[in-house]
Design a protein around this ligand. Structure first.
Ligand code: UFG
Length: 350
């Protein structure tokens, strides 16, 4: 297939691009490099199999005309849409940036898909959207583990900005179907993505870093003096938040599985998680075991926008497509992040 990967210079997008190339697909990455890394693309080209089938366009997803051109020139039939702002805490501070980049940006991308249907090659037929567990908000205790039919009621602008995209994608698929266009969409609701590619070519490099596992590893490496646990009075067994950590390679695998099975007229939604939750304290203890270092920890206030418990019931995608996470051991997941960060202490600047 000819796949356009938005945000392909970022963490999850680069892993998906690598997997697509390995599977023999043609890939064009579209990234404005605001938070993505040109070096991620270089590394995929230099070292990954099939680098000559990888194109790169420094374009923002809001530039509809440019996107339209790329769809036409590259005869794109599938979009995997990763480009987004993804920090829960930041979204509370800057909600309009989140609605602009995530909601309006995605709308513009779907418009470009619609226009691509006039193209000789038929245009975009499959749209795989990076949604999030943050769309569920704070599910009642009897709805955890979370199934896809759990009410979606986000408690932060990040989750809300993504939920709106799920909503208009459903409508866009329905309208396309009525108009006789074979269009399909999939909303993949990620839980907490973690780890790195096993070859060490690409990995997680955020600036600023806000995610628990890389922060804990940085603290273990002495690259930061210590770390803070945001809240210890949550209604959980040890008082800290519980999350479901899914390996980024498993996530890439889920994307190609879904892509290969999408049927025209369908707009499906799947949870991507391992189906078990770990508390912040458990994650820090696991990082200490993997790195063999102790982490100086301070207790802090709750971070606005954090739900207490989020973990998936991943049985729908297993039932429908036979997909399940293969990385289910938290320490092994953390070990891949540790390897990447040891080999690339400055991230892509290393
Ligand atoms: N945490 C700390 N200290 C830190 C960093 C994080 O205590 O220094 C805590 C957070 O408060 C939270 C947990 O660790 O309770 C996980 O936080 P992350 O920032 O790693 O991840 P989030 O759960 O906030 O969000 C992530 C993605 C979102 C996605 C969500 C879905 O960033 O895009 O998972 O579960 F929506």
């Amino acid at each position: 297939m000819n796949v356009l990967v938005t945000g392909g210079a970022g963490y999850i997008g680069s892993h998906a691009a690598q997997r697509l190339l390995a599977d023999g697909h043609d890939v064009v990455v579209v990234d404005n490099l605001f938070r993505g890394h040109a070096r991620a693309i270089d590394r995929l080209r230099e070292r990954a199999k099939g680098g000559d089938r990888l194109g790169f366009e420094r374009v923002d997803i809001g530039q509809t005309d440019e996107i339209e051109r790329i769809l036409r020139e590259r005869r794109v039939d599938t979009i995997m849409h990763f480009a987004a702002w993804t920090y829960v805490g930041e979204s509370v501070q800057k909600p309009l940036d989140y609605y602009h980049n995530n909601t309006a940006g995605s709308l513009s991308l779907v418009r470009a898909c619609e226009r691509s249907w006039r193209n000789a090659h038929g245009g975009v037929r499959r749209f795989v959207f990076s949604s999030t567990a943050a769309t569920y908000g704070e599910p009642p205790a009897d709805r955890v583990p979370i199934r896809e039919d759990c009410p979606q009621s986000p408690i932060n602008p990040y989750g809300a900005s993504k939920l709106m995209v799920e909503r208009f994608l459903r409508d866009a698929v329905a309208a396309a179907t009525r108009a006789g266009e074979p269009f399909a969409a999939a909303c993949l609701r990620y839980f907490n993505v973690a780890g790195a590619d096993q070859t060490g070519i690409i990995g997680e490099d955020h600036d600023p870093e806000t995610h628990l596992i890389p922060i804990a590893i940085q603290a273990a490496m002495g690259r930061r003096p210590g770390m803070t646990i945001f809240g210890q009075d949550y209604p959980t067994p040890d008082g800290t938040c519980v999350r479901d950590y899914v390996h980024v390679e498993d996530l890439a695998d889920a994307h190609v599985t879904v892509m290969s099975r999408m049927q025209p007229g369908e707009c499906v939604a799947y949870n991507l998680g391992i189906g078990r939750g770990y508390s912040v304290r458990e994650v820090i203890a696991a990082v200490e075991r993997v790195t063999g270092k102790s982490i100086p920890v301070t207790m802090g206030e709750r971070r606005p926008g954090d739900p207490p418990v989020l973990f998936a019931d991943p049985s729908t995608i297993r039932r429908d497509l036979g997909w399940a996470a293969s990385w289910t051991d938290l320490e092994k997941i953390i070990a891949t992040a540790w390897q990447w960060m040891r080999q690339n202490p400055e991230g892509y600047k290393s």
